[in-house]
Design a protein around this ligand. Structure first.
Ligand code: ATP
Length: 915
């Protein structure tokens, strides 16, 4: 088998046939499966060898490049220098364990995210053994014939042998920001890569038209593979919130560093021993820095991402998890997202007569005009011609798998094939009688498609699409006898009336037209409508029922203060009918059409987006303006899209959402989230999860900060009072390490609280912690100071040893934190009202923590390592009583605050937070 190498042919200089011959393939049939298997053995899978990212060693080493770890390493070195071997051993040991935990957790989060990203694998249409197949891109081998359409990502390097109005965006490869025209002509050998119009290179995007090419290189042998410009595989784990928190930690580090230096100096000045003072400074630094915060946040976000994936929303960009919680407007497509995308033709109007069509789903069984036609074509010429046009101007497929009828391609077109078969018109027979010569592919900006066929009477073009796009170019209409007669203004008005009446019943209406064609003319949009224009044939109305889940999801969004807007390419009347059924538009509400939208200036549009919920006949480019207008109103916008022209709007939206099934690769690449089932309900679910994740993040922060502040306060208070440190740096390390993992992290698994979808979206500019939460953090910090310092002094007073008194102080921290953890499980409900056993991780964590704490207090080895000592029952009772007291104080504070907030909310009710 020939392999592409330095001596490989100059593909762009060879003709398509020569390339086919070189790869022993056929442009009409493609390769055989046996041949594909054989080539896969030689060439391997079509994927790029991932760039070696940060190796495990480097990733492990980077765990030590954090300010806190550096402080610890320094402390370890100094204590070793002073001959305190146990202390320095424990410090180094803890640092190592910390790095190992960080390394494992980070690796897990990264690989989970990368696996999710890969699960949205790109697909490609390939011709093999004469059949079109949809396969994952990685299954391609050299010689495969690939069919490309607008929105596809080119899966390998291809020599095009056919191209129709095809343009590709090659910025990834050439840096050129405008799309380049593609063709199938042979080019001179010296043509530069950027000018090779007859080649389509892996990683570039088809932005319009169609084409077909022979695979000449796959995987690492492609141009992209050679220059390995592909982005690294590792996803970015940072989000705005984690960045904010990392910055906060660093700021805190500076402040604490200064405070530590200050206490060190003050201590020395007062004549304390330098070692004691050094240990106090280290204790302060170790205690007061919330080192676990960034890691815990990443883990919480990663858990949110996997929860969303279970609910069919794949996050491609981590910050989207946070933004979802603040979303105020969701702009959704209609077809397939809010509706089932299960089209069934219900009515055909031809020659001025309406024929109802019966039958369900894609089974080609049913009556037309009250008759079961079987294999007989309808006797009415106009009806026959209309359905014949619909079946020929069509790229869909209909086939039976077992007992079920399946479709391939666009459901709108498949529905037309079904209707034609109900009228005895089989598309395969029709295509053999009227072979296709050329085509003008469907384009959502053009809103119609056309195909050129050779028939008995010469060449004929059939077109189908939106009535407004075709009717203005029709000069004649087909009468009931199938004869073309001039189309008067009154005829056109009657046709429009008829279409509106069908649309009002929620039917999606397509118009069908035809025209004769001269052999030498090229099929182009301009030439199609030029001269004598088109002959109007008829209307076809199809039903696409709303998704039952969408109705509930829209309602849930409304309750959550999120407006849902429908932005569709369909007709305004159809769109409004469906919007009413789903609950997006109320009776009497109006839609704004793309035409009207174009006439509005920016200010007018901003006013319109406040009122209007249904935007119809919108061209994809207009979606960008809509997103901007909404954002100018301060809205956080989630926008769905599937087509190639939707990409700019998806990028501009706060969250671009692409469809996993019907979406193009271009749309998926631009989106922050991909819906695996194309269903609107998944967006609502993701918003709910997003709010839940944000809540859990805030819960963790609220829970963790008092520990750090409390420890800091205890150290400062001891120094100010000239007392011995109630807790040593090692003991602080113990508290922080164990409680963050076994207590705090359990909050990341908290299920979504009741009522998250009953409150308005969180405004993005509001601080993460509001004033009441800051107040609570300070309250708990003071309680910790009071308990730990107070009981420590009391122990010493009663003649207990320093080790015993310190063990009591440490246990105060752990027990109060445990009690406080119950409180933090919900920021808005009391802990018993959320159910004690709704988070099974919670009790596991508490159990582990209790066992560890007993070891810490009673195991001789721990006593030696951490300078602790066993304590008696009285001490436990005192610590327990204090922890319960704290629980009561914090619980009462929460109760009072919630009551106050509720009263405030009732007062602010009218017009709260709604658009
Ligand atoms: P949405 O934007 O909500 O997904 P849509 O599918 O109607 O709705 P487009 O795909 O942009 O949006 O289609 C716009 C219009 O183009 C349709 O209302 C229909 O009239 C016409 N149309 C859609 N699909 C085809 C097709 N395959 N061939 C010809 N015309 C089509």
């Amino acid at each position: 088998m020939p392999r592409p190498d330095a001596s490989s042919p100059v593909w762009h200089h060879l003709s398509g046939d020569a390339v086919a011959e070189h790869w022993q393939t056929s442009c009409a049939e493609g390769l055989s499966e046996a041949e594909v298997e054989c080539r896969r053995q030689t060439h391997g899978e079509n994927r790029l060898t991932p760039k070696p990212g940060k190796g495990p060693l480097l990733r492990f080493a980077l765990q030590f490049a954090q300010p806190l770890v550096l402080v610890l390493l320094l402390a370890g070195a100094v204590t070793a220098f002073l001959g305190e071997w146990v202390d320095s051993g424990v410090i180094f040991g803890v640092t190592l364990i910390n790095a190992i935990i960080g390394f494992i957790q980070e690796g897990k989060a990264e690989s989970a995210l990368a696996a999710l990203a890969r699960s949205v694998a790109s697909e490609v249409t390939v011709l093999r053994e004469g059949e079109k197949k949809r396969l994952p891109s990685r299954a391609l081998v050299p010689g495969d014939v690939v069919l490309l359409a607008a929105g596809d990502k080119v899966p390998a390097d291809l020599r095009l042998f056919r191209a129709k109005e095809m343009k590709a965006m090659e910025a990834a490869l050439t840096g050129e920001s405008t799309a380049s025209d593609k063709h199938a002509e042979t080019l001179p050998p010296e043509t530069l890569l950027a000018d090779r119009g007859n080649m389509a290179y892996a990683g570039t995007m088809v932005v319009s038209g169609q084409g077909a090419g022979i695979t000449i290189a796959t995987g690492d042998a492609t141009e992209t593979g050679r220059i390995s410009k592909l982005m690294g595989e590792t996803p970015d784990l940072m989000t705005p919130l984690t960045r904010k928190m990392a910055a906060f930690s660093n700021w805190l580090l500076m402040a604490i560093g200064a405070l530590a230096l200050f206490t060190f100096a003050v201590g020395l000045w007062r004549g304390e021993s330098p070692f004691e003072m050094f240990m106090a400074a280290v204790a302060l630094a170790v205690g007061a820095i919330p080192e676990g915060l960034p890691a815990a946040m990443t883990i919480t976000l990663a858990i949110g991402v996997s929860r969303m994936a279970k609910r069919r929303a794949i996050i491609r960009k981590l910050p989207a998890v946070e933004t979802l919680g603040s979303t105020t407007v969701i702009c959704s497509d209609k077809t397939g997202t809010l509706t089932e995308n299960q089209m069934t033709v219900r009515e055909v109007v031809a020659g001025g007569i309406a024929y109802p069509v019966s039958g369900n789903g894609y089974a080609p069984e049913g009556e037309i005009g009250g008759r079961r036609l079987g294999n007989e074509a309808p006797p009415e010429p106009a009806l026959r011609e209309t359905l014949l046009a619909a079946a020929l101007c069509n790229d869909a497929g209909l086939f039976k798998e077992g007992r079920h009828w399946q479709i391939s391609g666009d459901p709108t077109e498949a529905a037309l094939l079904v209707a034609a078969r109900k009228a005895g018109l089989d598309e395969h027979t029709l295509l053999s009688l009227y072979p296709r010569q050329d085509e003008l592919p469907f384009d959502s900006a053009r809103q119609y498609m056309a195909t050129l066929h050779r028939g008995d009477g010469g060449l004929v073009v059939y077109a189908k699409g939106a009535l407004e796009k075709l009717l203005p170019h029709c000069r004649r209409r087909c009468n009931a006898e199938g004869q073309p007669v001039p189309l008067s203004a009154a005829d056109a008005a009657a046709i429009e009336r008829q279409a509106r009446e069908m649309a009002a019943r929620g039917l999606r209406v397509l118009a069908v037209a035809r025209r004769g064609w001269a052999a030498e003319a090229v099929l182009e949009a301009d030439s199609l409508i030029a001269g004598e224009g088109l002959d109007y044939l008829g209307l076809i109305g199809m039903m696409d029922p709303p998704r039952a889940q969408a109705v509930a999801a829209v309602k849930a969004c409304r309750n959550a203060g999120i407006r849902v807007k429908m932005i569709t390419g369909d007709h305004a009347v159809t769109a409004l009918a469906i919007a009413r059924q789903i609950g997006i538009a109320a009776e009497g509400e109006q839609a704004l059409s793309g035409g009207e939208l174009a006439a509005l200036d920016d200010a007018g549009l901003q006013a319109a987006v406040q009122q209007i919920n249904v935007f119809a006949r919108v061209e994809p480019e207009q979606k960008l303006r809509l997103v901007r207008a909404l954002q100018a109103q301060g809205q956080v916008v989630a926008m769905t899209g599937d087509g190639v022209n939707d990409a700019p709007a998806l990028k501009q939206a706060n969250i671009g959402i692409a469809m996993g099934i019907t979406g193009t690769e271009v749309a998926k690449e631009a989106a922050a989230m991909v819906l695996t089932d194309d269903n609107f309900a998944a967006i609502e679910a993701a918003v709910e999860e997003g709010r839940g994740v944000f809540d859990n993040l805030v819960k963790f922060i609220t829970w963790t900060l008092p520990t750090n502040f409390g420890e800091g306060l205890v150290i400062v208070a001891a120094i100010v009072a000239g007392a011995t440190l109630p807790i040593t740096p090692l003991q602080i390390l113990w508290i922080n390490m164990t409680t963050a993992v076994f207590l705090g992290l359990m909050l990341a698994f908290e299920p979504i609280e009741k009522g998250v979808m009953a409150r308005p979206p969180r405004a993005p500019q509001t601080p993460v912690l509001d004033a009441p939460l800051v107040g609570r953090i300070l309250l708990v910090s003071l309680l910790l100071l009071l308990g730990a310092f107070g009981l420590f002094l009391r122990e010493l007073d009663q003649g207990h040893t320093l080790a015993e008194a310190r063990t009591v102080a440490v246990n105060v921290f752990v027990l109060v934190e445990t009690v406080y953890l119950f409180n933090c499980r919900s920021l808005t409900h009391s802990f018993w009202s959320i159910g004690l056993f709704t988070n099974r991780w919670f009790w596991g964590g508490i159990g582990t923590m209790a066992a560890l704490q007993l070891l810490f207090t009673y195991a001789p080895i721990m006593n030696r390592l951490f300078a602790t000592a066993p304590i008696g029952l009285t001490e436990w009772l005192e610590i327990g009583a204090f922890a319960l007291f704290c629980g009561l104080v914090i619980g009462t504070e929460k109760r009072l605050r919630l009551g106050f907030a509720r009263r405030q909310a009732v007062r602010n009710l009218p017009g709260s937070g709604r658009l």
